[in-house]
Design a protein around this ligand. Structure first.
Ligand code: GLA
Length: 403
């Protein structure tokens, strides 16, 4: 499928072309759900804290046409695979399969979405769909949240229910937590559902309130892919969540969001030294994220850049979720022309960093970063320059060559 449809084509075209090729007729709807990059606020979402992500132009797309027999057929262009399930078989969690199964595990994502949407009370119509994405997998850019949200948007288009971003995001988080079995927070699903073009979103992960903050024209957000993929991230992520819960309990607060540096210092002697450092990261990161949103709103990009630098140091030294490749690419980026700040982004242990760069310097910045990173590690960095995109939803089919 990949060879026939041209891997280099935009995923919007690939989804439409794959639909024609698979089903022999044109799609009636097209939906898109973006990946995301987090500017700051890392490992804070599951502490009821603050995050400042933006949706990326890279996205998962599904071309679809509704069916009236309660069946979903989906062709995954990136995998060259097709799968089918009856919506009625996704009414109970007892029917979930193994998402890690290399043969057909990917179908557990759409099945989990069908389960979570039905569990919210939606009556779902089936559809024939073709999925294509250009969000790199395992890179910390939320490729799986993008697929989940694209499937949810496909169900919304086929079934005609309203798109309520916080409710959809909560449901998609349940897909990750309860169907797929990954203990993620709410950030990826909420920014993907609610992103605002041209803006980063300050998200309060307790009440899910959103504050869009415009990105100034003079700067570019550059995602730097280390070309390394995270390993063992699940257990390390769960360990850190558990440490945060322990410290919150010890401090007598609901979540670390409710603690400040003084309360932590007062309890320091009672805490395990590693737990203390984990909590110090979260408490400091929440404060940095709030300050970063204000700095961005004021156009103070230099301040935002230094907060990003401080975030990286805290993630590396206190939370210990960076990696040699991430540290190397962040170091390379900071020494490159036009860099205002750089940090690892996402869960960590590999994947991507994010840099804030003066718009006029993007080209020399990317070249210098890639050279220095190659010299330090032997890896080829990839850079994705992206505007802040809108959240998931329906897109017009015209202009896709759809007959
Ligand atoms: C992953 C999770 C998010 C968040 C980040 C770390 O991306 O899916 O919920 O916890 O890690 O900030």
């Amino acid at each position: 499928m990949r060879a026939a449809h041209g891997r280099g084509a935009h995923p919007r075209e690939r989804a439409v072309t794959a639909f024609h090729a698979t089903y022999g007729r044109p799609p009636t709807h097209l939906v898109r759900a973006p990946g995301r990059v987090n500017l700051i606020g890392e490992h804070t979402d599951y502490n009821d804290g603050f995050v400042l992500p933006m949706a990326l132009e890279r996205a998962a797309w599904i071309a679809l046409a509704p069916r009236d027999d309660g069946v979903v057929r989906l062709a995954a262009d990136d995998l060259g695979q097709q799968g089918t399930f009856a919506i009625a078989t996704a009414r109970s969690r007892d029917t979930r399969g193994d998402a890690r199964d290399p043969q057909g595990g990917w179908l557990e994502y759409p099945r989990g979405v069908a389960w979570a949407l039905q569990d919210m009370g939606h009556t779902l119509a089936g559809f024939d769909g073709a999925l294509a994405s250009d969000v790199p997998r395992g890179a910390g850019l939320s490729s799986s949240a993008a697929v989940e949200l694209a499937v949810a948007a496909a169900f919304a288009a086929a079934s005609g229910f309203d798109w309520d971003p916080p409710a959809i995001a909560r449901a998609m988080q349940r897909v990750e937590n309860l169907w797929v079995g990954v203990q993620s927070g709410i950030m990826d699903q909420l920014i993907g559902a609610a992103g605002v073009a041209g803006h980063a979103l300050l998200i309060d992960c307790r009440d899910l309130s959103l504050r869009p903050v415009p990105l100034p024209d003079g700067v570019a957000v550059v995602v730097l892919d280390t070309d390394t993929r995270r390993t063992l991230v699940g257990s390390a992520y769960d360990d850190r969540r558990a440490a945060c819960t322990r410290v919150a309990r010890e401090l007598g607060v609901t979540a670390l969001r409710d603690a400040d540096a003084d309360a932590l210092a007062a309890a320091a002697k009672r805490l395990d030294p590693v737990d203390l450092r984990r909590a110090r990261h979260v408490i400091g990161e929440n404060a940095r994220t709030l300050e970063a949103a204000d700095a961005l709103a004021d156009g103070d990009v230099a301040r935002l850049g230094s907060l990003m630098d401080a975030s990286h140091a805290s993630l590396r030294d206190d939370y210990e979720v960076s990696s040699p490749a991430l540290d190397a690419i962040v170091g390379a980026a900071r020494a490159a022309p036009g860099c205002l700040g750089a940090r690892m982004t996402g869960a960590g242990f590999g994947g991507c960093a994010v840099a804030l760069v003066g718009r006029d310097d993007v080209e020399p910045f990317v070249a210098a970063t890639a050279d220095a990173y190659r010299a330090a590690t032997g890896h080829e960095a990839r850079a994705y320059v992206s505007a802040a995109a809108a959240g998931a939803g329906q897109e017009p089919l015209d202009g896709t060559g759809n007959a």
